[in-house]
Ligand binder design. Sequence first.
Ligand SMILES: Nc1ncnc2c1ncn2[C@@H]1O[C@H](COP(=O)(O)OP(=O)(O)OP(=O)(O)O)[C@@H](O)[C@H]1O
Length: 319
Amino acid sequence: MSAADGIEQALKGFNPRLPLAVAFSGGADSTALVLACQQRWPGQVAAIHVHHGLQAAADDFAQFCRRLCTEHDVPLEVVHCQARHARGQSPEDAARKARYRALTAGAHALTARLQRPVASIALAQHADDQVETLLLALSRGAGLPGLAAMPGHWQRDGFDWYRPFLQVPGQALREWLAARGQSWMEDPTNADLAYTRNRIRHQVLPALQAVFPMFRTTFARSSQHAAQAQALLQEVAQQDAQHSGLPPRIAALQQLSPARQANLLRYWLNAMHGVTPSAAQLRELQRQLAACTTRGHAIDLKVADGHVKRQGAHLLWLK
Ligand SMILES: Nc1ncnc2c1ncn2[C@@H]1O[C@H](COP(=O)(O)OP(=O)(O)OP(=O)(O)O)[C@@H](O)[C@H]1O
């Protein structure tokens, strides 16, 4: 399949609510996304660039985005943001979270400026990014949420968010741009092999390609299976939570099978407190729950920056 066919096919299955704002970094992938969307929905596409001064070259990226958007008549909102990372959080993670907040602010600013509510935001991660995310998850021993890798569509803060290129190899996007004589900005850190993600991209993916030529498609299928199974587990947890309440009643938790108990504990801590317990912490919590037969029996386990404790008939997570 040619690069153009791959992109056309990806966009065929992409039917966002319009107007759409593309998260535009100036890199190859989002340059291709801006141009492909503007070609398909002229006049309905805007762009947001997050200027987060992490690198000295940040001004050049913003300048590139301004020029391309002017040339193609795409309204652009540049949002400045400075990521501060909390203790225990990686700078990349802090930058990613700050970028999502900035994209949301950018979409609101575009809505006010265009006097038409932006309905959707599209990101340009592609099939290679998806495989890298999956391999990183496997290397951490992640559970189903990690193996599901990145979703192609979700809703948040009143917007529909999309990743329409998840099935398109990165090389196809570059070929598509090159065929139109369109340049892009190269992030100098992408070649830095000090980052695990870059070692995966430059060393692991070519080796995988040689052994499993279809790995992008088949790995993506596995991620979809994991995402489906994860959605089912969420439903089971929600049903169990109706019976146990949230925070959960100890007696109700004790009636569940070990797998459902772990699933509900994970769900409770994550949905209500944004905390993901490790497998070892869950095992310890379940051990304390099983030992908790008498009314006065204490439960106390440190999870993230808080403690899971018994309070009367319930478990509580306290900071
Ligand atoms: N500074 C930014 N401003 C706006 N959107 C961004 C920015 N950085 C990244 N994004 C969006 O998030 C997606 C994933 O980010 P990532 O850092 O993996 O991509 P990138 O390599 O910087 O850029 P590209 O995907 O454009 O080549 C990008 O495809 C783009 O849609």
